[in-house]
Each structure stands twice: as C-alpha cells, then as structure tokens.
Design a protein around this ligand. Structure first.
Ligand SMILES: Cc1cc2nc3c(=O)[nH]c(=O)nc-3n(C[C@H](O)[C@H](O)[C@H](O)COP(=O)(O)O)c2cc1C
Ligand code: SF4
Length: 425
C-alpha cells in the first residue's frame, strides 16, 4: 500500500512537476475540500484518519488542530528541518512530490482558517527548497494559492524559508524563534504554539510527511486511512533505512510488521554475511534495539514504545557485528553535545561530560569508575533513566543524548568493560 510514494515511483523523471501532479489526480482534494466538504469536512476527515504526527512526537494531528486558539491571525508552519541523524524521508517528499505537500498545506490552512503558512526547510537542503519554491510559484500561477483560491473566497500565502543549519531548530518552538529572526532556542512550554506560537499568535506546527498525507485523506476519506495498519498506528509511514543493510533507502511501510521484516526484507539483510548486532528504530535520539529481544516486536508506534524505544523520526540505523558500539554511542553523543543550545545546565554540561567519558573509554583510557559515572551523568539529565524520559530540561534534546549511553550499558556493558580493562583502566 503506497500513499506518499506512488507517484514518484511511477513517474521518476517528472513527479515533481505540476503537469504530472495534475495528470495523476493532484489538486482534486483541494477542489473537494474548498468547494465541496468545507473546512469542517476537511478537519473531520483528518480527525477520523487517526494520523499521528510524523515529526517524532507522534501526536494525533486532528487533536492538535483542535487546540488552535481562536485569536487571529493564526499560522501554519511546516517543519521541514529534518535534522535528526539518519532521517532523509522529508527530503524525498519535497524533492520528488512537492505539490503533494503544497496541496496538503493549502487544505490544512483552509481547515484551520489560516491565511499565511510557512515552510521551514533545513539550510542544507537546497534542492528540496528549490523544488518546493517552484511548486509554490506554480501553485500561485494556477490559482491554487493567493487570493480567492478556486473561487472559494479563501486566501493563502506560503513563504518558503531556509534554516541556518542548527539541529535544534527542528524543535518546534526553536524553529518559531528562528523564523522570527531570533536565536534558535526552544521556548518553555506552556504556552504551546497552538496558543502562542509564531509572533505570539496561535500556530500549528506539522511535519512534512504528516501534511503530505492530507490530500489522500481528503480524497479517500479519513476512515479509509484509519483502516490501514493497526488502530493506534494508522496509515503508512516513511522509513529511512541506513547503516549495515544491503538495500538502504527510503521505504513507505504499513506499520505493524515485525522489525525483522524491515531489516531483512526491505533492507535485504546484513551485507557480507555478517550478523545483526543492534539497530536504532527511530532516529539517533531513540534507544537501541537488539536482535535477541526485538526482532519480532511489531514496528508500530505503541509496540516500539512499550519495548522502551520509539519510531521517532522514522530513521532506522542498522549496526552489524563489526560495529564498535562505544564508538557509535560516542559519535551520537558528540552530535548532541555539539547541538545543545546551552540554555539548560544538565544538557549543556551533561552532554559534553558524556562525550568526554565515552571518548576516553573509546581510546583505551577509561577508568572503572566511568561505568557508574556514565549512568550517573545520564541520570542527572534524565532522572530515573526512564523511557519516555522525565525532563529536567526545556526540551528533549538533553534526554535524547542519554539514549545511546543507556542502551550501551544495558546491552553491551561487557564490551565497555573490555575496553576499560583492569582496575585502574
Ligand atoms: C531536538 C528536537 C529536534 C526535532 N527535529 C524535528 C525535525 O527535524 N523535523 C520535525 O518534523 N520535527 C522535529 N521535532 C519535533 C517537533 O518539535 C514537532 O513535534 C513536530 O514538528 C510536530 O509535527 P508533527 O505533529 O506533524 O509530527 C524535533 C523535536 C526535538 C525535541
Ligand atoms: S535541553 Fe538542551 S537543547 Fe533543549 S533547551 Fe535545554 S540546553 Fe537547549
């Protein structure tokens, strides 16, 4: 079952053009929404679809839309920052089917009575940004954007904005600060963006993939979408598969299959006859899974969560038995230490402590006391080392940095100890 990638797979050369989009049913949902079922109808279909946000937090989109405060103007902001390591699905959706996103943005803005939407694209994505900007320009030229769209009386402008390359600007409130021209630092919540967001006005922030589903949902009905996959993980889901698999790439899957199928069927198994050692099921912020425990776990939002991790951003990073897991954890923690915005002490200090401890273990200078210290520092960032994490910080970046450390100590403590060696290290 393909919703998001059908067009781009069937028309590889020109799926991004407005001609191909219109020739394959594009903008029919817009007509249906604006001229037939109306704003309430669009909202009702999205609620009925049970679609949960694809940006990482899995929040039901229809419920979030319902939180939008009545003050005007209100805004829709599309999160196209896609900076979670291993994730590259939004890139494909923007590069290969930008009109699908634009149509989703117009329908969503219409449902929310929003007259200005922003698409915030990560700065390192020049090609997707060009394609989205071109799609926006074409949509204006065809009367799908601008004033009195399709004669419905609804007006919408879309602004495409490029970020400056900071990971933290993917966090929705940091993104809003960045869009306003401020430092990209997360805001303390509440207030949530739906009440006080961009320019202190009510704002809905949704991920590219979330909104790219909206045209299909409006065309086919929310109930049809809800019937795809398990009840609480409705619809298809883009997976960015990378690392030690024979066939890395983006795959649109129906949630619910065991993780084994994602790695061995979609991914074609582990190269060079090696063994699977571990994988990260939902971006580098997610705790790791191991074959002894998790190959038969269904790849759904809830099952993955109940087993102590998350489907997160959809990035699945596979590690074979040649992987130095201490080095892998260090590499991830180093990223978070570098990307910490510095507002919260546990994150600012703790992530670089973790990085330094892992570095000395990795380079053969670890001490026995480092084993406890790793967990102690992690516990200070994320009390109780619970999953989902308890927060001592403004945003989840700090707690995310503890995920690889806790996984390392949970599943591979013997390898960490072996690197440390004797009593004195
Ligand atoms: C540190 C951090 C980075 C994030 N990066 C992204 C990102 O790159 N893209 C994204 O869509 N959501 C990202 N999120 C999640 C957003 O804050 C927000 O939940 C999401 O954009 C909401 O869209 P959705 O409801 O459609 O999933 C990030 C969250 C955190 C804490
Ligand atoms: S947790 Fe880290 S990245 Fe998030 S607000 Fe605090 S210091 Fe900044």
């Amino acid at each position: 079952m393909k919703i998001l990638t059908e067009r781009m797979e069937a028309h590889r050369g020109d799926s991004h053009t407005i001609e191909r989009y219109e020739a394959t049913g594009g903008y029919t949902a817009l007509r249906k929404g604006l001229l037939d079922i109306g704003a309430e109808g669009v909202t009702a279909e999205v609620k009925a679809s049970n679609i949960r946000g694809r940006g990482g937090a899995n929040f039901p989109a229809g419920v979030k839309w319902g939180f939008l405060a009545p003050a005007k103007p209100a805004y829709l902001v599309v999160n196209a920052d896609e900076s979670e390591p291993g994730t590259y699905k939004d890139r494909q959706l923007m590069e290969r089917d930008p009109h699908q996103l634009v149509e989703g943005v117009v329908l969503t803005s219409f449902a929310l009575s929003v007259n200005h939407a922003f698409i915030y694209i990560r700065g390192e994505y020049p090609k997707p940004a060009r394609r989205v900007q071109r799609a926006v320009d074409e949509a204006y030229a065809k009367g799908y954007l601008g004033t009195d769209i399709l004669g419905s009386g609804f007006d919408l402008d879309i602004t495409v904005h490029l970020g400056g390359g900071a990971y933290i600007c993917g966090e929705e409130s940091a993104l809003l600060n960045s869009l306003e021209g401020r430092r990209g630092e997360p805001r303390i919540k509440p207030p949530f963006p739906a009440v006080e967001g961009l320019y202190s006005k009510p704002t809905i922030v949704n991920n590219v993939e979330t909104l790219s589903n909206v045209p299909w949902i409006v065309n086919n009905g929310g109930a049809a979408y809800a019937r795809i996959g398990p009840d609480t993980s409705a619809g298809t889901r883009m997976i960015s598969l990378s690392g030690h698999v024979n066939k890395p790439g983006n795959y649109e899957i129906v949630m619910g299959m065991p993780w084994r199928d994602i790695i061995y069927d979609f991914g074609g198994g582990i190269p060079e006859g090696r063994e699977l050692k571990a994988w990260i099921p939902g971006g580098s912020s997610a705790p790791w899974f191991v074959p002894e425990e998790h190959l038969d776990t269904p790849a759904t939002i809830d099952d993955t969560g109940e087993h102590g991790s998350m489907m997160g951003s959809g990035a699945v990073i596979v590690m074979d038995d040649s992987t130095d897991v201490v080095a892998a954890a260090h590499r991830i923690v180093r990223f978070y230490a570098h990307e910490s915005c510095g507002q919260c002490t546990p994150c600012r200090e703790g992530t670089s402590w973790l990085e330094r401890i892992l570095y000395r273990i990795m380079t053969g200078r670890g001490r026995r006391a480092d084993l406890d210290l790793l967990l102690d520092v992690s516990d200070n960032i994320s009390p109780g080392l619970a999953w989902p994490p308890l927060m001592t910080t403004i945003c989840p970046l700090g707690p995310s940095a503890t995920a690889p450390v806790v996984s390392l100590m949970q599943f591979f403590r013997d390898e960490v100890e072996a690197k440390i060696g004797g009593e004195d290290g």
